[in-house]
Design a protein around this ligand. Structure first.
Ligand code: ZN
Length: 455
């Protein structure tokens, strides 16, 4: 039976009671009916949420999580972390990419993500030569998502330069090298995979790694409405280099030169001045926020309050995968603002005064837009992506609708996600992913090989 009866379900208009949720064999929701009687022979759940979208991921970096927390001789920074990441990336094989991606996506599903946007820049073989198949590594990431049952927006990356002013790539960057035609070729090669669970867009890596003319050509060459993502202003040094080369700050420069609209996601729009806050919010693009990675790398804090006041759209991503949980991203998004402003309950808007409800719904909206897929809400026509929370957990016992997301996001570290339906398939039941043991076994082998190879 492709249906579920939820005593409490979060719908686009807010929490509703006694909701019958139905989907079809393709994994699309066909009906969402509140105030219904429980049908016979249909499973029941206490609390049901739409699955979250993870709008920014570099899957292979999952294997590095927790390994870069040792202090060096001088001040450590994003740039010293990046050196370590490059060493790891230098030797990774397509098989290892697939094994790591599958493990990551299992973990993401178990914690409540049902879609991922994969910002994929490992395109070439170790040493920098092309694979026989132009989409070799991208297809491996897609295979990992398929094995885990994760919805995927795959974004092959345009990466041509080491820095502003078209600086030549460094040896550690040769595996990332792509031009506009190559990226469009990868997008085309991925076309047969398109469907309910898969979309292909593209991503100029950053203003450092792609020239503005290249970005313009990529946007023009990509089919209409496909997602376009870019790293934009993660580090102060990046802002200073952009100013030195263009006379403008990164967001201002991109907005001036490119018709940035709703298909765009600006990842790590961390360092903004007020005029950029307004122009980004007004463009309809999504701000891609990755609070745990941005904290781990010491990036800085996004100006969330003025951005929300200007009507800006945002979503969250786990980026380097120091966390695989949307709870942690949304919790730290709010906590960063509280610490900065020495106030509480900052992420709210309009009539919505519940921080948890606001964060979950707003991140769904922005995440779905950034994914370019029909996800992010329990309504007919969207993907059947939902989470069943553990109604027997002490944190959720007897709570009111308005309290569910507050408890979920801001209380403790138990994983309250019990079951996960993704694209109409139950991929997690009772906290266990259907293929977690086999996928973890392959992951352990891949990481062992990688660590032995990088010593
Ligand atoms: Zn990134």
């Amino acid at each position: 039976m492709r249906a579920l009866f939820a005593r409490h379900a979060l719908l686009p208009e807010g929490w509703r009671r006694d909701v019958v949720i139905e989907w079809d064999i393709h994994g699309d929701l066909t009906g969402v009916h509140p105030d219904s009687h429980p049908p016979l022979n249909v499973a029941r759940a206490d609390y049901v949420l739409p699955g979250m979208v993870n709008l920014h991921s570099h899957a292979f970096q999952r294997a590095l999580g927790g390994l870069t927390e040792r202090a060096g001789d001088g001040p450590d920074s994003f740039w010293t972390w990046r050196d370590l990441m490059y060493r790891f990336a230098a030797s990774i094989t397509p098989e290892q990419i697939e094994a790591i991606a599958a493990q990551l996506y299992v973990e993401c599903l178990r914690h409540g993500y049902t879609s991922v946007c994969e910002f994929h820049y490992l395109q070439r073989a170790p040493g920098g030569q092309a694979y026989a198949r132009v989409a070799e590594t991208a297809e491996r990431v897609a295979a990992g998502a398929h094995e885990a049952g994760m919805g995927l927006s795959l974004l092959p990356v345009l990466y041509s330069h080491a820095g502003f002013g078209a600086q030549p790539l460094k040896p550690g960057q040769e595996r990332f090298r792509t031009g506009v035609d190559e990226v469009l070729g990868i997008v085309e090669a991925l076309a047969p995979l398109r469907g309910g669970q898969f979309e292909a867009g593209a991503a100029p890596h950053s203003l450092r790694a792609a020239g503005i003319d290249q970005i313009r050509a990529l946007a023009a060459g990509l089919p209409q409405a496909r997602p376009l993502h870019i790293h934009i202003a993660e580090q102060q040094a990046e802002v200073e280099q952009c100013l030195a080369h263009t006379g403008r700050r990164p967001v201002a420069y991109l907005m001036d030169e490119i018709a940035v609209g709703a298909r765009w996601c600006l990842v790590h729009a961390t360092h903004l001045v007020e005029s950029e806050v307004q122009s980004l919010a007004g463009s309809g693009a999504v701000a891609g926020l990755c609070p745990t990675t941005e904290a781990n790398l010491g990036d800085g804090l996004f100006p969330l309050e003025p951005y929300l006041a200007a009507g800006g759209v945002f979503g969250v991503g786990s980026d380097s995968h120091v966390s695989q949980s949307p709870v942690e991203e949304l919790r730290w998004l709010e906590y960063g603002q509280r610490l900065q402003h020495q106030r509480r309950n900052i992420a709210v808007g309009g009539a919505q005064r519940e921080v948890g409800d606001f964060l979950w719904q707003a991140a769904l909206r922005g995440g779905a837009q950034a994914a370019g897929r029909r996800v992010g809400a329990l309504e007919a026509g969207r993907r059947a992506d939902l989470l069943v929370l553990d109604g027997s957990h002490p944190n959720l016992d007897g709570v009111l609708d308005a309290e569910v997301l507050g408890r979920f996001l801001f209380c403790g570290n138990d994983n309250l996600v019990r079951d996960v339906l993704c694209g109409g398939r139950w991929v997690v039941q009772g906290g266990r992913h259907m293929a977690q043991d086999a996928i973890a076994q392959r992951y352990r082998q891949a990481v062992k090989q990688l660590r032995e190879g990088s010593q």
